[in-house]
Design a protein around this ligand. Structure first.
Ligand SMILES: [Cu+2]
Length: 199
């Protein structure tokens, strides 16, 4: 009895102090001319081993014969829905190396999502409407963002540590990768990024 009580109080004395710090990195992206740049994909790849959360599902809808959003980023293995919210049917496809698929002419939401299991750029099209296009960047990290019209984006809940920042833009499709650069995250921070859209 006494031994059991001593053990219990010993356990109670073990207190965890502090917790893993999570930071937010705010990006501001411009072209070399100084013009702010939207639709920039920003990804932070952890340097070394990192425990990654499972991929989150995503959704790319079709509305007014347009894919929304134009640019998505998902973690490798993510399931993506393609709800058709138009009054016309669409036939969604990709011939990209990292994911070849097609969702034959349909209305509503296909019963099964499409799983993107290889990193890389996927270009979406519609067999019926040639002008419809969208891009999915599949990446081996859960930490990513896409810049809005003001050229800014935030990556939140980022564990402290070292990362490589990689950038991409749809107008660089088919061009060589932009150089990545190291970023050390230990607290909330702001990063300026310049993207050259020329080859
Ligand atoms: Cu269509």
């Amino acid at each position: 009895m006494a031994a059991r009580m001593a053990r219990a109080s010993g356990l109670a004395a073990v207190l965890l102090t502090g917790s893993a710090q999570a930071a937010t990195v705010t990006f501001q992206t411009i072209e070399p001319s100084g013009r702010v740049l939207d639709s920039v994909v920003l990804t932070l790849m952890p340097v070394g081993k990192a425990a990654l959360p499972p991929p989150r599902p995503a959704s790319i809808q079709q509305v007014r014969k347009t894919f929304v959003p134009l640019v998505s980023v998902v973690q490798t293995g993510a399931a993506v829905d393609f709800p058709n919210n138009d009054t016309v049917r669409h036939h969604v496809y990709s011939f990209s190396a990292s994911k070849v698929f097609e969702l034959k002419l349909y209305a509503g939401t296909p019963a099964r999502p499409v799983v993107f299991d290889k990193p890389g750029v996927v270009v979406l099209g519609c067999n019926i409407h040639d002008k419809m296009v969208a891009y999915i960047m599949v990446v081996d990290t859960p930490w990513f963002a896409v810049t809005g019209d003001d050229g800014s984006a935030k990556i939140t809940d980022l564990p402290s540590g070292d990362y490589m920042l990689q950038t991409w833009h749809p107008r660089r499709l088919g061009m060589s990768d932009l150089p990545s650069r190291p970023i050390r995250v230990s607290a909330d921070m702001t990063e300026s990024v310049t993207i050259d859209l020329k080859p």
